[in-house]
Write a protein that binds this ligand. Structure first.
Ligand code: F6R
Length: 233
């Protein structure tokens, strides 16, 4: 999975002068960022033409906390490759910010060429929890209990997991020219099955991706275990 995605990204940055890349955080993409760092250091691949747009960021967290998505991206990728600081973008976190200005900003930069996406155990994409309108733009969210529980592994205790975040909306994601969704492990199998075979419905946010015409789903066997075998659909 990691090799397929990182090779796709290296090919894209080698073929084009600029690539607008939508970045996801979480465990699924750690290995991908790791391989991009290796590609830069060992194979001299330059990422100077990449503009990044992260999917989401926590709100009620100190800017110095190691688990903000900005600090995480710096630790995993930005501190080790040549993407200029002014080409690294995050949703606005200021409490007075017009969150959906991020959508306009992305549009003005030419839109997202490749959007990386993980999926939550409840079928969320970015922090668009079940029930989020399919036409949503970047907005503030209260994280669900299941998402806070899933992310508690990055914090000292459940109580220190942020409750609020700002996230690209579902429409923001659907505006990307191409999307790569990755998932590994049996805990993702139900969400993957519903995304692929269930109804396209706001109760399972990732199901909206079936309306997009350029989505690649990269999963391991454990995450694929509930999919119907040998049938087309
Ligand atoms: C993170 C994000 C989330 C994660 C999802 C899967 O930026 O938007 O939607 O992609 O929760 O997280 P992992 O990869 O940790 O299982």
């Amino acid at each position: 999975m990691v090799r397929y995605i990182s090779d796709t990204l290296v090919t894209a940055v080698s073929d084009r002068t600029t690539v607008n890349l939508g970045c996801a955080t979480g465990s699924t993409f750690e290995g991908v960022y790791n391989r991009l760092v290796k590609a830069h250091k060992q194979d001299d691949i330059s990422f100077s033409g990449v503009r990044t747009f992260n999917l989401d960021e926590y709100l009620d967290i100190s800017k110095d906390h190691p688990e903000t998505y900005k600090n995480t991206m710096e630790r995993l990728l930005f501190n080790h490759v040549d993407i200029p600081l002014y080409q690294q973008h995050f949703p606005p976190v200021d409490e007075h910010a017009e969150y959906n200005a991020y959508d306009e900003f992305i549009k003005a930069q030419g839109g997202i060429d490749i959007q990386l996406l993980g999926i939550g155990v409840n079928g969320h994409i970015a922090f668009n929890e079940p029930g989020t309108p399919f036409d949503s733009k970047t907005h503030k969210v209260k994280l669900s209990k299941s998402t806070r529980k899933a992310n508690a592994r990055f914090f000292d205790s459940m109580a220190s997991v942020p409750e609020y975040a700002v996230t690209m909306g579902i429409r923001t994601i659907m505006n990307a020219k191409s999307i790569i969704l990755a998932a590994g492990g049996k805990h993702k199998a139900k969400a993957i099955q519903q995304m692929v075979e269930g109804p396209i419905d706001e109760s399972l946010p990732a199901s909206v991706l079936r309306k997009h015409d350029d989505v690649t789903v990269v999963i391991d066997l454990a995450a694929a275990k509930h999919l119907r075998k040998g049938e087309k659909g």
